[in-house]
Design a protein around this ligand. Structure first.
Ligand SMILES: [Cu+2]
Length: 608
């Protein structure tokens, strides 16, 4: 993987995305308010919405495009700016594209709790841990919460009133029952990301269950088959619900005491971002997502839901960090100052062999487990370190987002784990497990997918710009929002992201591959750089595990079981999927706005 990481990062250095400077703001609130009138009030009041009937059975695509209800905007005016009105997104240091000044997305703006006093909602609490034993029953409820970020108050979502949701910790091999209640104002489900669990509890609306309507509940049974760090989130309007705080970790404890190396402490870091301007949270599209070209990049970085993550350690301590990226679209390149860092595990297993890294590239929905040693007293920044590009000036520049701080004290660590830290382990259990799959590595693929984009009815300046850029810039990774205005204006009504099966010509939810339990299936995914505005896609496979066996024909020498992996622009990625869990499952892009712009398909695994 080191080679992969280095390649991505090198790519970022040479041709990366344009930076979005956090501190910059859009034009004055007044001028926006004049230009952008909010649409007429919706027919229903906020108070009526929980009783809004929700279809019990819908097609997946209909469910994915589940409409958010209209709002009574007249009740929500605060000061001179209506926080519910469309207004230009924060532009960072990007200039305005001519001809787009008066454009707004062709959907109604939507936010939760509009027209309601934020003080009506309980302040979200920091997340706790639910330690669950085999057979235990726990409760989980999604609800509206009040959140305070940098001294400002927002109405957002939380699980069990917490932000992030509680970490559910359970031993490997156990089964835990979760009684879930939906107390938000949208239909929802819970997807247990990365678990090879019973198909009935996978949380996909229209495929494995009906949407859970506001006020209703659903009982999930989680089976923890693999050790490691996983997470849970809604599988409906993820661009809204997940972005507003509906996410939490699952920690599956290994029974082996030496499964990981000894460390001084373990820390769980959930990486996220959220898009906020002077008037508050940027509204979401009511019946279709905005930002469907590149996904909704935030301008406020969050670690465990806060902007001021700090960890205090002693000199010489080794810390094991469990990283999860829950952002809608941002891929992070995480650095730990000058501390030495090694990568030990990812989504569904440890690596065959540990390795030293300078940084960790983590795409939406991926997890990495890394260990870092802090030798010198002082402050060590945790940062998202990227190289950005200014398209308009043709300039590249380094860009750093501050994520948090590790404060290293003068006092020596109580226990010195330096020897274990200095040793790069080979995990024989993983090597032996993967051995059975090696004969499949070099054979021809069983299936192929091509990743492309289609657009219709976009404003002409956007079309012209994308045509102009075609072939000029083909960054393998988009690290930042290179064009906030164009991106914001493009909704799921104009943009279709496509998984295309070149063998049958079928696309997205028309694809339905059939497998049998025990099949080992090679899937070759090509991210077509000649499509208009190509982008990297983190591809997620539900209910199974897979190996990335090669990228662009180069064998991957750092194997690890994955459930989500990046397919960079212009790359061909070969995945070997272990069809180890029967049922009807999804394969999709984990950029929330791409998913809801169509980028998903299904496959079935039948019992032998
Ligand atoms: Cu995508």
């Amino acid at each position: 993987m080191e080679a992969r990481l280095r390649r991505y990062f090198a790519a970022a250095v040479t041709v990366a995305a344009v930076g979005l400077l956090v501190q910059s703001q859009g034009p004055s609130a007044e001028s926006q308010q004049e230009r952008r009138q909010s649409p007429e009030p919706g027919a229903e009041s906020q108070q009526q919405r929980p009783e809004r009937p929700v279809p019990s059975a819908q097609s997946q695509q209909a469910a994915a495009q589940q409409q958010a209800p209209p709002m009574d905007h007249s009740m929500h005016k605060m000061g001179s700016v209506d926080p519910m009105a469309w207004r230009m997104p924060p532009m960072g240091d990007m200039p305005m594209m001519p001809g787009l000044d008066d454009e707004v997305p062709p959907v109604d703006p939507w936010l939760p709790g509009a027209g309601m006093d934020p003080s009506m909602f309980p302040e979200a609490r920091p997340n706790g841990i639910i330690d669950a034993e085999d057979g235990e029953r726990i409760e989980l409820a999604a609800s509206l919460v009040r959140r305070t970020l940098d001294g400002r108050t927002y109405v957002m979502y939380g699980y069990n009133g917490q932000y992030p949701g509680p970490m559910i910790r359970a031993p490997r091999g156990s089964t835990v029952i979760v009684d879930f209640a939906n107390r938000i104002d949208l239909p929802t489900t819970v997807h247990w990301h990365g678990l090879r669990l019973d198909n009935r509890f996978d949380g996909v609306p229209g495929l494995t269950q009906a949407p859970v309507a506001p006020g209703e509940s659903f009982r999930y049974e989680l089976h923890f088959r693999d050790s490691g760090v996983y997470w849970y989130h809604p599988h409906m309007r993820e661009d809204i619900q997940q972005d507003l705080g509906l996410y939490g970790n699952l920690m599956v404890s290994p029974p082996e005491p030496d499964y990981y190396s000894p460390v001084n402490r373990e820390e769980v870091l959930i990486l996220d971002d959220v898009l906020i301007d002077d008037a508050g949270l940027m509204p979401y599209g009511a019946d279709s997502p905005t930002h469907t070209l590149m996904g909704r990049f935030g301008n406020v970085m969050l670690v465990n839901g806060t902007t001021d993550y700090r960890l205090t350690v002693r000199r010489g301590e080794v810390v094991r960090f469990y990283l999860t990226n829950v952002a809608n679209t941002r891929t992070f390149n995480v650095t730990f100052g000058g501390a030495r860092v090694k990568v030990v595990a990812s989504d569904v297993s440890k690596f065959e062999r540990e390795q030293w890294v300078d940084s960790v590239v983590i795409a939406p929905a991926e997890r990495y487990v890394v260990e870092a040693r802090f030798d010198d007293p002082g402050e060590v920044p945790i940062e998202n370190t990227i190289q950005a590009i200014n398209h308009f000036r043709g300039e590249f520049y380094p860009h750093v987002d501050h994520l948090g701080t590790v404060v290293v004290g003068d006092e020596r660590a109580a226990e010195d784990h330096g020897d274990a830290f200095d040793t790069l382990r080979t995990n024989e259990d993983v090597v032996t497990d993967i051995d059975a799959y090696r004969p499949h590595f070099d054979r021809e693929p069983d299936h192929r997918l091509e990743l492309v984009l289609r657009t219709e009815n976009l404003p002409l300046p956007i079309v012209r710009s994308m045509e102009f850029e075609k072939g000029l810039y083909v960054p393998p990774m988009e690290w930042n929002d290179t064009m906030p205005m164009m991106n914001w204006l493009a909704t799921g009504k104009q943009v279709s992201w496509v998984l295309r099966d070149p063998e049958t010509g079928l696309e997205n939810m028309d694809i339905h591959w059939q497998f049998r339990l025990g099949d080992v299936v090679k899937i070759r995914i090509f991210n077509d750089p000649t499509t208009i505005h190509p982008m990297n896609h983190p591809v997620h496979v539900h209910g199974q595990r897979y190996l990335v066996v090669s990228t662009d024909g180069v064998p991957n020498e750092h194997l690890v079981w994955k459930d989500t992996a990046i397919v960079p622009v212009a790359s061909t990625v070969d995945m070997l999927v272990d069809m180890s869990n029967p049922g009807d499952w999804m394969l999709h892009c984990h950029i929330a706005e791409h998913l809801h712009a169509g980028m998903m398909m299904k496959f079935s695994v039948s019992e032998r």
